[in-house]
Ligand binder design. Structure first.
Ligand code: ITT
Length: 176
C-alpha cells in the first residue's frame, strides 16, 4: 500500500502504526475546501498516477479564537508565518482551545473511503520541545501539560493521525 505524501513526519507516524506501507511523493494540486474534500480530490488524482491501494491524508490545526484558522491552510501558514506568527496572533486571547483533525482518503479496487480522527487541546503560551513537526511545539493535548513536541510518546497514542490511521487499520484488517 502506498501513502502519497511529501511530509516525512506524517509518513513516520503512519509507518509506526500500519507497518506495511511505502511512501510515494507526487506534486498534487490542493483545492480549496474542507479536509474531506481536499483528501478525496488528492486521492483520486493520485490513483490516476499510481496503482491502488493507496491513501492520502489531509490535516490541520483549527484554533477556536481565530475562527478555525489556519485549518486547511495549516501547511502554507506554517511556512509563511511560522510558530512565532501563531503565538503573536494568540497574544491576549483568553480562549486558547484548538484541535487537530486528520482525514485519510483510501482508494482500492472497491472505490474510495474516508477515515478521520481529531484531538482537542490548547495552544501553549510559548514554543516548547523539539520532537515531531510543524505545530507540535505549540499544541498541548487536553488533560496534559507538555506539548506534542515535548512528549512524542503522548503524540503516538492520542494524536488526530493516530485515530484516523487506527480506523484505516481496523478497516483493512476486517476486509483484507
Ligand atoms: P502532504 O499534503 O504532502 O501529505 P502536507 O504537510 O502539505 O503534506 P497537509 O496539506 O495535510 O500536508 O497539511 C497539513 C499541515 O497541518 C502540516 O503541514 C502541518 O503544518 C499541520 N499538521 C498536520 N498534522 C500535524 C501534526 O501532527 N503535528 C503538527 N502539525 C501538523
Amino acid at each position: 500500500m502506498l501513502f502519497v505524501t511529501s511530509n516525512s513526519g506524517k509518513f513516520r507516524e503512519a509507518k509506526e502504526i500500519l507497518g506495511d506501507v511505502e511512501q510515494a511523493e507526487l506534486d498534487l494540486e490542493e483545492p480549496r475546501g474542507s479536509l474531506e474534500h481536499i483528501a478525496m480530490h488528492k486521492a483520486l488524482e493520485a490513483s490516476k498516477r499510481f496503482e491502488a491501494p493507496l491513501f492520502v491524508e489531509d490535516s490541520g490545526l483549527f484554533i477556536d479564537a481565530l475562527k478555525g484558522f489556519p485549518g486547511s491552510l495549516s501547511s502554507i501558514v506554517h511556512s509563511k508565518i511560522g510558530l512565532e506568527g501563531i503565538i503573536s496572533l494568540m497574544k491576549g486571547k483568553e480562549d486558547r482551545s484548538a484541535h487537530f483533525k486528520s482525514v485519510i482518503a483510501y482508494v482500492d479496487g472497491d472505490g474510495i473511503k474516508l477515515f478521520s480522527g481529531a484531538v482537542k487541546g490548547v495552544i501553549s503560551e510559548e514554543i516548547r520541545g523539539t520532537g515531531g513537526f510543524a505545530y507540535d511545539p505549540i499544541f498541548i493535548p487536553q488533560g496534559y501539560e507538555k506539548t506534542f513536541a515535548e512528549d512524542q510518546a503522548l503524540k503516538t497514542k492520542l494524536s488526530h493521525r493516530y485515530y484516523s490511521l487506527m480506523a484505516l487499520k481496523s478497516y483493512l484488517q476486517a476486509t483484507r
